[in-house]
Design a protein around this ligand. Structure first.
Ligand SMILES: NC(=O)c1ccc[n+]([C@@H]2O[C@H](COP(=O)([O-])OP(=O)(O)OC[C@H]3O[C@@H](n4cnc5c(N)ncnc54)[C@H](OP(=O)(O)O)[C@@H]3O)[C@@H](O)[C@H]2O)c1
Length: 285
């Protein structure tokens, strides 16, 4: 196997680096500075020269608010780059694992979203990610799409790091309690990607993966501060009290039954995974 991991400087890309370490595969890790996926010729040359057999696409335009003002850049990475990957994959018979998001859904359900439920993205980020999914499915249907949500890691910027920063700087913070989801440790997602890559049978399609259990952003924030032993008051507020630039899903819970069944994976509980991540950061009290 010759595996190309794109977006390797991001949260998931870094976790993929760790997860692939010592595995029976030749690995190539690239980010925009070494391989800009929006340039089809560069990608084509790279996969041909290195005889890539698998691509794990962790690259994306992930800033939900910035995407509203910079639609072109978001579309370029989340749609055009995926099209370029699909074209190279078709030409060279490459297996693709592409990462997508809960933002493809409207976010107002009251039962966990299944893979085949209608996508109704409400933001530029969600719309471009959904268009990327559709591009990949139509152009390279042998691909695997993994939708995830509320991703954090010891790498990069994320909610965990933001809460730790605010918690140390302020006496109190206000966090919404009417948005529900499943915090997901990118290391656990990387572990599942490894299972999929090394599984004997390749099973194309869309899958949902998050850590198990649910909470609100308020609960998540309180738990992060508790684990770190930071004394900061957390006030629960409604989304309507917080000035969001873009609509946020009130319900982001994804149904993970399909991935558990097809790949026989045990999904860790979000609190256990958060504790593992914070231990790694030496932040558990
Ligand atoms: N973060 C979340 O909460 C979340 C939730 C649901 C789903 N997801 C999905 O999960 C995946 C991984 O997310 P993440 O949080 O690991 O993202 P991330 O930390 O933002 O990493 C994405 C990486 O892709 C790179 N990139 C951007 N444009 C590129 C290009 N043209 N060519 C090559 N690389 C490029 C970025 O570089 P720059 O930083 O220089 O732009 C960055 O290093 C994404 O598909 C995302 O949509 C994330």
């Amino acid at each position: 196997m010759k595996i190309l991991v794109t977006g390797c400087n991001g949260q998931l890309g870094n976790e993929m680096r760790l997860a692939l370490d010592g595995r029976q595969a030749e690995t190539f890790f690239c980010d925009i500075d070494t391989l800009d996926l929006t340039k089809p010729f560069e990608l084509e040359q790279f996969v041909e020269k290195n005889q890539i057999t698998h691509i794990v696409n962790c690259a994306a335009y992930t800033s939900v608010d910035k995407a509203e003002d910079d639609r072109l850049s978001a579309a370029n990475v989340n749609i055009n780059a995926v099209h370029n990957i699909a074209m190279s994959a078709l030409r060279h018979n490459i297996r693709v694992i592409h990462i997508s998001t809960d933002y493809v859904f409207e976010g107002n359900a009251c039962v966990p979203y299944e893979e085949n439920m209608p996508a109704v993205p409400r933001t530029v980020y969600g719309k471009t990610k959904f268009a990327g999914e559709q591009t990949l499915i139509s152009e390279c249907p042998n691909s695997i799409i993994l939708r995830t949500a509320w991703l954090y890691s010891s790498f990069g910027n994320n909610f965990v790091k933001t809460m730790l920063k605010y918690g140390r700087e302020r006496n109190e913070i206000s966090i919404v309690y009417d948005q529900i989801g499943s915090p997901t440790y990118a290391a656990d997602l990387a572990a599942v990607i490894i299972c999929i890559l090394f599984e004997r049978e390749w099973k194309p399609g869309i899958y949902h993966f998050t850590n198990s259990g649910v909470c609100s952003w308020f609960d998540f924030a309180k738990t992060i501060l508790n684990i770190a032993g930071i004394d900061c008051r957390v006030n629960p507020i409604l989304s309507s009290e917080y000035k969001y630039r873009t609509p946020r899903p009130s319900y982001s819970v994804l149904n993970t039954k399909k991935i558990r069944r097809e790949f026989n994976v045990e999904i860790p509980y979000w609190l256990d995974s958060l504790q593992r991540c914070m231990k790694l950061l030496n932040l558990d009290k």
